[in-house]
Design a binder for this molecule. Structure first.
Ligand SMILES: [Zn+2]
Ligand SMILES: [Zn+2]
Length: 344
């Protein structure tokens, strides 16, 4: 058996090399990985070669959105068996710090997150992972869908942080992968009207196709005027910033209704000038999310029951030998590529 791995060898360049076969240690399982999704963070690391302003060591393996079949189980593993198809929750946490013990293990400061340097990721044929982070996929959830459970967990986490409930008006700024998944999560929770804004009409078409009730082309339309019109002057119950952009972040206080909630989902780097007083007059609330916790089973159930058609976001598929092409597409065709998925 060969264990091929896609190594990022220099910024912007992939090379397929071979790794020794992994062995399942006690509490671990070995996975034959079948699909890996390319995340925005993967594309960023691939392009820049930098993490937190510092160059990381190369070669390096990217990819953390994955699913596959269990080929070996280590001693003591009970939750999955050889032959099970599973997806992987890639937050390997310490389990003993106050955050882990509180259940909010996404805040563990000792997390090892494969694909975030220095921890090699999952773009390889076989990898050993902690068994408790392997979640069994029902027969009606494909391995491709399994690889999309991780980004869906982000969307579900966002909608949950926003406490989106039946009938609410929701605005989502940004129609990239996470914006669309947040939209689908809000719809699944019963949001009344979901309004999506973006600068690119192709992305807005995709949002409409996936269930947006209204879209705003921010390149030609006034977002605030349109939201005001669409919500009969009230503003949105919940506003999600998923574009990771300080301009859209600064707009959120205008878009939210009195007493409403703003959730920051996208990575907004640098400084954002913000009119806090406008938000205070409304007694508006700002919340943030950092990844997700305890919601992979919910995400899998949402897909298996048909509430969320997660495969609809997999806009582009590539074979493993074309991994370079997949990353180039994710980087340079951002308007078209919602999610590139690599088949191993
Ligand atoms: Zn991801
Ligand atoms: Zn911890």
């Amino acid at each position: 058996m060969r264990n091929r791995a896609a190594y990022m060898v220099t910024p912007g360049k992939m090379e397929i090399r071979e790794l020794p076969m992994p062995q399942a240690q006690p509490g671990e399982v070995v996975l034959k990985i079948e699909y890996v999704g390319v995340c925005g963070s993967d594309a960023h690391f691939f392009e820049s070669g930098m993490r937190k302003g510092k160059a990381f060591d190369l070669p390096f393996i990217l990819g953390h959105e994955c699913a596959g079949t269990v080929t070996q189980v280590g001693a003591g593993v009970q939750n999955v068996a050889v032959g099970d198809r599973v997806c992987f929750e890639p937050q390997i946490t310490c389990g003993v710090c106050p955050e882990c013990r509180s259940g909010r293990y996404n805040l563990c400061k000792d997390v090892r997150f494969p694909s975030v340097p220095p921890y090699d990721g999952m773009l390889r044929d076989y990898a050993a992972i902690p068994a408790h982070l392997a979640f069994k996929l029902p027969d009606n959830v494909s391995s491709l869908e399994g690889a999309l459970i991780e980004p869906l967990a982000v969307g579900l986490s966002a909608a949950s942080r926003g406490d989106v409930t039946l009938g609410q008006d929701v605005v989502i700024l940004g129609a990239g992968c996470i914006g669309l998944l947040t939209m689908m999560a809000c719809k699944a929770r019963g949001a009344g009207r979901v309004i999506v804004s973006d600068l690119f009409s192709k992305r807005l078409d995709k949002a409409l196709e996936l269930g947006a009730d209204a879209v705003i082309d921010a390149s030609t339309e006034d977002t605030m005027a349109r939201v005001t019109e669409l919500t009969e002057g009230r503003g949105a119950d919940v506003v999600f910033e998923t574009a990771g952009n300080s301009h859209t972040a600064a707009e959120t206080s205008d878009l939210v209704r009195r007493g409403g909630v703003i959730v920051f989902v996208g990575n907004i780097n640098g400084e954002t000038p913000y009119r806090f007083m406008d938000l205070m007059y409304k007694e508006g609330e700002i919340r943030t999310i950092y990844r997700y916790h305890n919601n992979f089973p919910t995400a899998i159930r949402a897909v298996s029951t048909g509430r969320i058609d997660v495969k609809a976001i997999a806009s582009h598929q590539f074979d493993f030998q074309n991994v370079q092409e997949a990353f180039d597409a994710a980087l340079y065709q951002r308007q078209d590529v919602v999610k590139a998925v690599i088949k191993l």
